[in-house]
Design a protein around this ligand. Sequence first.
Ligand SMILES: Cc1cc2nc3c(=O)[nH]c(=O)nc-3n(C[C@H](O)[C@H](O)[C@H](O)COP(=O)(O)O)c2cc1C
Length: 265
Amino acid sequence: MIKELAEKRRSVRTFDGKRPDQAVLDELMERLNTAQMPFPVSMEFRLLDHMSSPVISGTDLYIAGKCRYTEPMAEVMFGYVLEEAILYMTEQGLGSVWIGGTMDRKAFEAKMDLQEDEIMPAVTPVGYPAKKMSLKETLMRKGVKADSRMPFMELFFRDSFGCPLTETDAGQYLMSLQTVQAAPSAVNKQPWRVVVRDGAVHFYERHDKGYVTEKSDMQKLDLGIAMCHFDLACKEAGIKGSWVISDPGIRCPENTEYIATFITE
Ligand SMILES: Cc1cc2nc3c(=O)[nH]c(=O)nc-3n(C[C@H](O)[C@H](O)[C@H](O)COP(=O)(O)O)c2cc1C
């Protein structure tokens, strides 16, 4: 079940030192580089050896990806595609963690042959989780309250942002929205907001300060991750629909940006 898988996944920062078999890695990279996505954009993923991050121990193997910041929805779709792979990794017993900040960017970007119009939004280490978390990892998790999520009714709404959606009223979308609620996000900020109205599920980004630069907005990754969780859960529940970008013009709270809509068939 995708909801259980999403709830089981956690950021893994302490690995056991064992390198996954090449066949496992090949399959993973094949999936990443041929992934389907709601709004196709070009992106490329590479497996990189001998890399490091100050928050990671027990592996030097990473997956990094790049896309063009000039392409609309590029970061959102990057979030979607890498999260689908991360859920697959979780299923295979592999550990991962989204790393958008705590790394030597120059070193990774050089290995990715990053061009002027490209960005490398995030990387993840690959390996098997160690039995025990490092002290650093335990403290990091406490620092961002990694084990908790905001209440359902603060994230999801009915018809307008003025009307919180109860779990009872969520109807057929309940499981898909709970799967969104379990998603990882940068610094666990959970910037996804959703308004359900007339069979349409509108996704919004609630901007926190400090994530937007000239070429990137890390919270766009969070939105793609949320869309991935929603999509996979809907597919599993037999809820058919398609993604569009068509702002319904619902009055938004401050710093809240419309991203995309899932239209139920
Ligand atoms: C886009 C994105 C960027 C992240 N960047 C980092 C990072 O640079 N370093 C890090 O240690 N964790 C990073 N994380 C992991 C989050 O801190 C983590 O997902 C969140 O605290 C929730 O914990 P969980 O993944 O264990 O559920 C990032 C997560 C996301 C989604």
